[in-house]
Write a protein that binds this ligand. Structure first.
Ligand SMILES: [Zn+2]
Length: 460
């Protein structure tokens, strides 16, 4: 709807000119920056990195202490190689410094917003102070990510998450501004959240089908598990898939094969999107689907193994520095997510490099001695058995695993046997598996589903 889109754009431009809500201008800058020569992009990144370092050292007690302990001052970080000398931080350390020691003492508290993330991998929620400029920039990054999918104002979007997602909080626990912006400007609507892990019944599937046929979104964004479950049930037999142009998959790691299944189910391209709450808009795929474009102008990303930079292609933990948020800087922040190291060029023409997809949480992955067995590896093992998102592997002790699986036919010995064989091959002869057929698998109290719960360290 071009008229609608143009009204929204003009409204945003007017707001940027007349009020402190300047996200539109930042978005225009970001759109230009995605095609800048790579050297220019890296210069922007380095300049912002230096600024945030100086700022954190001068004004954030937590970082002053960290740097002092390491015997470093910002002036000691002269090149990119020097970055590895700076200490890593994680959510536990920052949570211990909350609310004041992790916050810049130059910005009055009343000017800050508080972002609360849901807990992952058993950790509690994480709270983050964010300043107004950073809030504007995160929103602009979100818009740029949507633009990779071909979405623009005026086009409809629909969301489908699990019940833990903040969009499903009761209205009094949501940001009024965000809700209004999404409804009115993004033309965004929500499908009902997906509940426990298990097949949708026919009545549930009907609700999704009917809603999608009515909404006809250009962009459907959602959690990969929810997209898979609803996709399966909305397209039984040769029924046409619901009318969706592009799908954006986030919140769960998705293997390349599973993504292909999703595309076949929905008859639409599926773009991977990665941006934890602490680092929104970090990376997102474009329609060329060659990896996720990293927002190099807003974040600095490192791949770290045992404290050292990873080699190209090596599976490593993603460590990020947020170049925008001065209220509570995140410098060399351990995300806890695993991905293969390295950046490449995409053929779409954008100069923002692309990175590999996230393979899952490190805290849930199993170290096999040869490498990590990650959530995406687990999905790839389950896929040929028709068990993707239908199974949970929990390591209860060394070499002792509980395998919960949804048995579609009630008691189907064949499914259990094939699953046990495949897992036995992966985990080795010493592994003892307790097979537990269940009608459904409960997600975490936070609402997230953790298919793999194998705290790493000891081998399989
Ligand atoms: Zn691209």
């Amino acid at each position: 709807m071009p008229v609608y889109g143009s009204i929204v754009e003009k409204t945003y431009a007017a707001l940027a000119a007349l009020t402190p809500f300047h996200a539109w201008n930042t978005f225009q800058d970001l759109l230009r920056q995605q095609y800048l020569p790579e050297d220019d992009l890296r210069q922007i990144q380095w300049r912002r990195f230096r600024n945030i370092l100086e700022h954190a050292w001068a004004h954030v007690p937590f970082y002053r202490r960290c740097f002092d302990r390491a015997g470093l001052k910002p002036a000691d970080i002269r090149s990119r190689e020097d970055i590895a000398r700076l200490p890593l931080t994680d959510r536990t350390e920052l949570a211990a410094a909350f609310p004041d020691a992790c916050r810049a003492n130059t910005i009055p508290r009343r000017q800050l917003r508080l972002v609360e993330t849901s807990g992952t991998s058993g950790a509690g929620p994480f709270r983050l102070w964010i300043d107004w400029d950073a809030l504007n920039e995160k929103y602009a990054l979100l818009l740029r990510n949507y633009s990779y999918a071909g979405w623009h104002f005026g086009r409809r979007m629909t969301a489908l998450w699990n019940q833990a997602h903040e969009d499903y909080r009761p209205w009094w626990r949501r940001s009024v501004l965000k809700t209004v912006v999404y409804h009115l400007f993004h033309r965004k609507r929500w499908l009902p959240p997906l509940g426990p892990v298990g097949p949708l019944d026919e009545a549930g599937a009907q609700i999704y089908r009917r809603r999608l046929m009515r909404l006809t979104p250009f962009l459907l964004e959602g959690d990969a598990r929810a997209l898979y479950e609803v996709g399966l049930r909305c397209r039984p037999g040769n029924l046409r898939p619901p009318p969706v142009q592009v799908i954006s998959s986030a919140a769960s790691a998705t293997s390349a094969d599973l993504r292909r299944d999703l595309e076949a189910l929905w008859g639409a391209p599926v773009l991977n999107n990665y941006g934890p709450h602490e680092a929104e808009g970090l990376a997102c795929e474009c329609l060329a689907r060659q990896g996720m474009h990293l927002s190099l102008d807003a974040y600095l990303v490192e791949w770290i193994v045992d404290g050292r930079p990873a080699g190209a292609g090596e599976m490593a933990e993603l460590v990020i520095t947020d170049l925008g948020n001065r209220a509570m800087p995140l410098i060399r922040y351990r995300t806890g997510d695993l991905a293969r190291a390295g950046m490449r060029r995409c053929t779409c023409g954008r100069t923002l490099p692309v990175i590999h997809d996230v393979a899952g949480r490190q805290a849930d992955a199993l170290w096999t001695g040869r490498g990590w067995f990650t959530e995406t590896d687990f999905q790839d093992l389950l896929r040929p058995l028709g068990m993707a998102y239908r199974c949970q592997l929990v390591r209860e002790a060394t070499d002792a695993y509980r395998v919960r699986f949804i048995d579609p036919a009630g008691v189907d010995g064949d499914v259990a046997r094939r699953l046990q064989e495949a897992l036995g091959q992966q985990l080795g002869p010493a592994a003892r598996l307790v097979m537990e057929p269940v009608a459904m698998i409960r997600p975490e109290p936070s609402g997230k589903f953790r298919p793999l719960q194998c705290p790493g360290g000891e081998g399989a």
